[in-house]
Design a protein around this ligand. Structure first.
Ligand SMILES: Nc1ncnc2c1ncn2[C@@H]1O[C@H](COP(=O)(O)OP(=O)(O)OP(=O)(O)O)[C@@H](O)[C@H]1O
Ligand SMILES: [Mg+2]
Length: 381
């Protein structure tokens, strides 16, 4: 058997330390005039001062409406695009100043799973060639050893070693996403950035892929930055959740605290849009907050709190002064940026994963890592 195969077991690190630390991260895209000289006439402020951290072996969910900058953040963290400014540290190493030669090492440590399993795999290449490529680029096993490594990866993600000679077009959507996950795992990364990895899949297939991601996390000690529109999916997989609006984080916190007691009206509105009659009944309300209008352009974001143009609670101050992130009284790890936060008892329904997905694959018991987070929180409360 090959010695370099699927990812090895997790390295033991001090509990609770941060694998990824993002500080004041900015990614602006210049808007060019139509003239020949192509002068810069403005900036799309896709990511505009984001500070986040992800604990080793845990999952940070990132949610927000379309266009709020989630994928841009993912691309900058995985060095597919350079940052405009700010800091990204992985294991304490600054990534934004790495030279191209040093990027090779980073590529081993940080991998991405993309939303579109159809578009992210070359249809003209066989599975063996697609999954063997990371080994070819990074001086991994060769020849028969490489084939064995790829076949073990295939089996680990729930496919068959016989799939080695197939083309991506011969797989279903869920199977292709398993291929995408296998490719991401080939180099034994520490951080996997999942950008909407199940959005293109049927609900029952979503559940299987999510459970695979969780199993792989437990087995290999992976750390995930997990991006999704669907708050119920994010709740299912995350230890902590960050809510993004127009390039900024407006609320962040441990999953239970944020979902049961959101403070930012934007989080509240997103949660209220997730259908969950039982939770609504429990709280004696089935009120849904409807967010009207589109997300404003990130080329000209509103003054003060960027959400004020759509916020049901906005007052004069909100357009004048940008609220800073501050902790909730109950939990210092739960922070929000709002002048007039949601009070207890305001209309809210708690999101859960859709019923059909739950029926297909029930939620697992918390992993030891997640349990210890809960214990820590209880201990500090
Ligand atoms: N290369 C680029 N050049 C110019 N603008 C860009 C570029 N990439 C992204 N943007 C803009 O940045 C903003 C954020 O885009 P991004 O794709 O990060 O959003 P998102 O939150 O991932 O949305 P979705 O949920 O639809 O995937 C959008 O206004 C988008 O048009
Ligand atoms: Mg996106």
């Amino acid at each position: 058997m090959s010695t370099v195969t699927a990812p090895a077991g997790p390295t033991v690190h001090p509990a609770g330390d941060n694998l990824l630390e993002i500080t004041d991260l900015v990614k602006h895209f210049p808007i060019k005039s139509g003239s020949l000289l192509g002068r810069t006439v403005g900036q799309v402020r896709a990511v505009d001062g984001v500070t986040l951290s992800v604990r080793r072996g845990r999952t940070l969910g990132l949610v927000g409406e379309s266009g709020c900058g989630k994928s841009t953040l993912a691309r900058v963290v995985t060095a597919l695009q350079p940052a405009t400014s700010g800091s990204i540290k992985l294991n304490g190493t600054e990534l934004t100043t790495l030279r191209s030669g040093q990027m090779r090492g980073l590529r081993r440590q940080v991998q991405m799973v993309f939303q579109d399993p159809y578009g992210s795999l070359n249809p003209r290449r066989r599975v063996g060639s697609i999954l063997g490529e990371p080994y070819a680029i990074h001086d991994g096993p060769k020849g028969k050893d490489r084939q064995q490594a790829v076949q073990q990866l295939l089996e680990r993600v729930g496919l068959s070693s016989d799939h080695y000679n197939r083309f991506p077009t011969e797989f279903s959507g869920g199977q292709r996403q398993r291929l995408g996950i296998a490719r991401a795992l080939a180099l034994r990364p520490e951080l996997v950035v999942c950008d909407e990895p199940v959005s293109a899949l049927d609900v029952s297939i979503q559940a299987q892929v999510l459970n695979l991601l969780e199993d792989l996390q437990d087995e290999f000690g992976l750390t995930y930055l997990f991006i999704a529109h669907d708050l119920s999916v994010v709740r299912h997989v995350s230890d902590e959740v960050a809510v993004m609006y127009l390039g900024k984080i407006v609320e962040r916190g441990p999953v239970e605290s944020l979902y049961s007691r959101p403070r930012h009206p934007y989080t509240n509105a997103l949660l209220s849009a997730v259908p969950d009659p039982s939770a609504a009944a429990q709280r004696g309300t089935s009120t849904r907050i409807v967010l009207t209008g589109d997300v404003p352009s990130p080329a000209a974001p509103p003054s003060g709190c960027r959400f004020h143009t759509r916020c049901p609670k906005a007052q004069d101050l909100c357009s004048q002064e940008e609220p800073l992130l501050r902790p909730t009284p109950e939990d210092p790890e739960h922070v929000f940026a709002c002048h007039y936060p949601v009070a207890a008892g305001e209309p809210l329904s708690i999101g859960t994963w859709s019923e059909s997905a739950q029926a297909a694959v029930p939620r697992r018991a918390p992993s030891p890592a997640r349990t210890s987070i809960t214990k820590n929180r209880e201990g500090s409360a």
